[in-house]
Ligand binder design. Sequence first.
Ligand code: GLA
Length: 414
Amino acid sequence: MLEDLIKEFKEIFKYDGEVETFFSPGRVNLIGEHTDYNGGFVFPCALDFGTYAVVKKREDKVFRMYSKNFKNLGTIEFNLDNLVYNKKDNWANYPKGVVKTFLDKAYKIDSGFDVLFYGNIPNGAGLSSSASIEVLTAVILKDLFKLDIDMVEMVKMCQVAENKFIGVNSGIMDQFAVGMGKKDHAILLDCNTLKFEYVPVKLKNMSIVIANTNKKRGLADSKYNERRSSCEEAVKVLNDNGVNIKYLGELTVAEFDKVKHFITDEEQLKRATHAVSENERAKVAVEFLKKDDIAEFGRLMNQSHISLRDDYEVTGIELDSLVEAAWEEEGTVGSRMTGAGFGGCTVSIVENDHVENFIKNVGKKYKEKTKDKTQTIIASTASPFKFPKTILQGLDVNTSNINDIEALNILSSF
Ligand code: GLA
């Protein structure tokens, strides 16, 4: 595959010399949803599919960017001296925003580059295709311009690009998971302090199965920002009443129960209830995982979905249908929506012996419920936890892994 990408790059940009290749993963969050911007814990892992790039540095200040995923948009061109958000540049605003953020921070970037991107993460599916291309761009900049910058700093800059350039007030989880992911581990990240711990994910006879509603997030970005504001309002109300916190993530459920009566707005109360309970669930769930108690981990995943459905209200018919169908399946240990919600994907832990039926039955039920919508399920293999198999951490692509990566994703449509 990499050879094909290089060939295509050379055709498109009419270039015949040396090029550089990069890869950056996607991510799935196992538990701790909508907690990152609330100063709480998240527990994501990087995926073995993501975004590839073939790159050649230029001598002038021009950037030419082409994505195999958006062929109809052709090559998008812009200049180092004019890095502004432009709706018609579509997806290219993500890498452009990262370049701009690096410049704003006075990193020395004095020329442009030509790049071909190809992502095998479904776009808008809540698996962080945007964080993946952002971190990928940061890694390209570091490499091409020999910048002295570490991954955590790059992760933070990518979040700034997403917040300020793209205008989505997202937390740090996605960029962190993409940049810092490690094979066979998930990351327990305290989003307040950025302290983190790699936790081995030893699922033995189980797999992580990701199911895509195929419903794009659409208006999600504004709803996302709304959720965030509600939580911030709740913090304000609590502080006005003598509770001294910066984030909801600082409160345990017991502490919150004592002060929640101050929040009189029903919607704010529900949002805050989710943020506090989900944060605690994430911490407890990881403790169970460390003790190899996957059953309890799964039960807390289910609770997480219920809280996201009833208190945070970010699920909707598609995600709920998929999760309910998953809960009904024999061999499902836990299932929940993952990412921002309002569409996108669910994540489930399923016993290997039941993965095949899971894919078939959940797909069938989903189609029955949502009528004309089809759905795709992307799963890790049913063999002992191969997932996440290869985390390349934005380093030059190790080509020997590429065929495995392609083989690993079971893609079924119903
Ligand atoms: C999106 C955001 C993250 C996080 C999740 C919800 O993926 O980009 O920062 O808030 O939603 O957990």
